[in-house]
Design a protein around this ligand. Structure first.
Ligand code: NAP
Length: 292
């Protein structure tokens, strides 16, 4: 029997918790509402969808958001200028630069220019380094969302063997670090695999927990997992069939469902948790800001 891990429901619960916290620590004390800044370059349709859903999430919770939308051909200098403005604006508690960036922009330089205390995406090396050193930091939203799903469903991580497929900076690498931290919600033995790993199924068949962040629909099949494995599907690929389009994960649902003990569906698994974790990070940034 496979239990589906309902990210939609968890996100609703967490949204209520965040709203309560805002009521208690901000509205009741007549303080300014948390404010998330978003910088978007260009009109990539996936990026536009992600940004719109983040703005919508802010509206749902009742926090402020500001979008700076720059043309596709904006220079690195123009982008850095907007980042500087966000860094220096005391009314912006945290902000993100929507990734991926265009080829003519040096993403490393952009991420490095964000004030780590406002880096609610958790991509700045200071936050990433702290995360790796078991210290308090902003953690990337998707990785935090995955950890929260495991925590809320009371799935034991400690002592388990986790195999992560994909090593991107935004998902695979941070979740591999978080799962292995010497910390509450960690202590897993982690194998990080990627496109250069031969015979991936050799590793996935041994895994108690598998986290796939590859972006290849149906990549992980039932034959690649052991009976009772916990499977977290991060992948989201939009498939268009004539006029219809739908989202597909990295997991071949039909062969994995029934063999895994737990599985995140796509859509409705990790995706909604990613959005709400960004808001949670923004609230933390706002509370830190208020404390100054
Ligand atoms: P990415 O930057 O393209 O990274 C993909 C990773 O998969 C890379 O590490 C790559 O290896 C690895 N890979 C590619 N082909 C492989 C193969 N055949 N076998 C094993 N590993 C392979 O992608 P990403 O940004 O991490 O996103 C991955 C997926 O998650 C996408 O579908 C994306 O839309 C989705 N996503 C979902 C959420 C959410 O909230 N649910 C958030 C972010 C991303 P190399 O490093 O060797 O190239």
């Amino acid at each position: 029997m496979t239990q589906l891990l309902n990210g939609n429901k968890l996100a609703i619960d967490i949204r209520k918790e965040i709203s309560k916290e805002i009521e208690k620590s901000i509205r009741n004390k007549k303080k300014r509402l948390p404010h998330l800044g978003i910088i978007l370059l260009g009109t990539n349709s996936s990026s536009l969808t992600y940004v719109n859903s983040k703005i919508q999430e802010c509206k749902n919770i009742g926090i402020e958001s500001s979008l700076i939308h720059l043309p596709n051909d904006s220079s690195e200098r123009e982008l850095l200028k907007e980042i500087k403005k966000m860094n220096n604006n005391p009314l912006i508690d945290g902000f993100i630069v929507q990734l991926p960036l265009q080829k003519h922009i040096n993403s490393d330089k952009i991420i490095m220019s964000i004030n780590p205390r406002k880096d609610v995406d958790g991509f700045h090396p200071e936050n990433f380094g702290k995360m790796s050193l078991d210290m308090k930091a902003f953690f990337p939203a998707t990785a935090l969302g995955i950890l929260t799903i495991l925590e809320r469903y009371k799935i034991e991580i400690s002592g388990k063997h986790t195999v992560v497929v994909g090593r991107s900076r935004i998902v695979g690498r941070p979740i591999s670090i978080l799962m292995s931290r010497k910390n509450y919600l960690g202590n897993s033995t982690v194998t990080l695999t990627h496109s250069q790993t031969p015979n991936i199924d050799y590793y996935t068949k041994q895994a108690d927990i598998i986290i796939t962040a590859v972006g290849i629909p149906g990549f992980l099949t039932g034959k690649m997992i052991k009976e009772g494995a916990i499977v977290i599907d991060v992948g989201i690929t939009k498939i268009t069939n004539g006029k219809k389009s739908f989202l597909k994960g990295d997991v071949d649902f039909n062969s994995v469902y029934g063999k895994a003990s737990y599985l995140t569906p796509v859509p409705g698994g990790v995706g909604p948790m990613t959005r709400i974790m960004l808001i949670k990070n923004t609230l933390i940034a706002a509370l830190n800001n208020e404390n100054k």
